[in-house]
Design a protein around this ligand. Structure first.
Ligand SMILES: Cc1ncc(COP(=O)(O)O)c(C=O)c1O
Length: 390
């Protein structure tokens, strides 16, 4: 592939950090390095607590199972409603359903790809208890407006930040506004540990709950317990990461700011080159970050001009054949997915116009974490502008 979604993500020092853990033999499972990574992550994000898990999906699962937990301070109950944007990832959604809550879908904004706040206000009922916002591909909605709604209606905010580690709204990092923020370290995300994720919060009671739920429901590792305690204080899963992945993730985390900068500069090079090309004819549009957002880009999201909609399939296949890997905008309108039909998530047959439009017109390509050269920029410019010619 000439321009894959992700290039090989690990540096020599990432690999030797992982190898060092392996060669110690004893503690390849969750241990001291996981704790170190958690501390650094919390400090960076400006939150009190961070807990590492084996994936971003697990982080979302913990957030919702913490909210319904008997030990939760502001607990939510079976069949309470949780609002979610119709453009989301599958495991942004399923933890809501798995926790026995009712997902209520809201359309997204065509400009930001994020939850549409006007539509959201209309969907709030007496049963609404929480909002899960998904910060799509490095961008976000207006967090000041969202915070106002949360406060006025006394709702709980969870931020699925799996695609937006390092993005800021104003002076605060995305993921640090809500009761829980979740992150993914899967390959192609802002940092990669192979697999892995993080969940953050500011309340010690919430932290204690997710800490026990992560690991069988026991209290081992919490301040009040003995190191090898078999004291089970809550229900539980096993969502633990390994120290090997923590070591790789922690080592990459040191390069996060640099990688954000390079991705942003690569994005500028590609967009500027396309827009100043003699072949430029408004064939495509680019996602622009929302006001006040300082994005940590995940990829380069693109909408094709409506004129060429009937050519999208041919165009994507052309790009792929020419070595440019493409992906849909997350999963498109999730309500169009077979799994949504299986669980009858849209029994009222509502339409989500913007999510449908993004699904029809949108796709994204990768943004490399190493500086790209002029030849590659020229190649991408030429190929991406071919939609009116094929
Ligand atoms: C918005 C969003 N949430 C959750 C996830 C799940 O993360 P993971 O793959 O680490 O389970 C992803 C994965 O890409 C995602 O894009």
């Amino acid at each position: 592939m000439k321009y894959p979604l992700v290039e090989y993500p690990f540096s020599k020092s990432d690999l030797s950090s992982g190898r060092r853990i392996l060669s110690k033999g004893k503690f390849i499972t969750m241990n001291k390095i996981t704790k170190q990574f958690e501390k650094k992550f919390a400090k960076y994000l400006g939150v009190k607590y961070a807990l590492m898990v084996n994936s971003g999906s697990s982080a979302n699962l913990l957030a919702f199972f913490a909210l319904i937990n008997p030990k939760a301070k502001k607990r939510i109950n079976f069949k309470d409603e949780c609002i979610i944007p119709s453009i989301c990832w599958s495991t942004s959604l399923w933890p809501i359903v798995q926790a026995g809550l009712k997902p209520v879908f809201v359309d997204v904004d065509l400009k930001t790809f994020n939850i549409n706040l006007n539509d959201l206000k209309k969907k709030i009922t007496k049963k609404t208890k929480a909002i899960l916002t998904v910060h799509v591909l490095g961008n976000s909605t207006n967090m000041n407006e969202l915070k106002k709604i949360i406060k006025q209606k006394k709702l709980i905010l969870i931020e699925d930040t799996c695609e937006s580690l390092g993005s800021k709204f104003g002076s605060k990092f995305l993921g640090s506004f809500g009761r829980f923020g979740t992150f993914s370290f899967y390959v192609s995300h802002q940092i990669s540990a192979g697999e892995g994720g993080m969940i953050v919060c500011n309340d010690y009671n919430d932290y204690k709950i997710i800490h026990s739920l992560r690991s069988h429901g026991w209290d081992r590792g919490l301040n009040n317990s003995k190191k090898n305690s078999f004291n089970f204080i809550n229900s539980g899963f096993n969502l633990r990461p390994m120290d090997i992945t923590a070591a790789i993730g922690l080592n990459q985390f040191k390069r996060l700011n640099k990688m954000i900068q390079i991705r942003s500069s690569n994005r500028k090079k590609i967009v500027n080159s396309i827009k100043s090309s003699q072949n430029w004819n408004d064939q495509i549009e680019f996602l622009i970050s929302s006001e006040k957002v300082k994005p940590s880009w995940f990829g380069l999201p693109i909408l094709i001009n409506k004129k060429y909609l009937n050519k999208k399939k041919k165009y994507l296949s052309y790009l792929n054949k020419n070595g440019i890997e493409t992906r849909p905008i997350i999963s498109g309108n999730f309500l169009n997915q077979p799994a949504s039909k299986l669980y009858r998530l849209n029994a009222k047959k509502e339409t989500f116009k913007n999510a449908d439009e993004i699904e029809k017109r949108g796709f994204f390509i990768g943004l490399q974490t190493k500086k790209i050269d002029t030849n590659l920029v020229k190649f991408l410019t030429k190929k991406l502008l071919m939609i009116d010619k094929i």
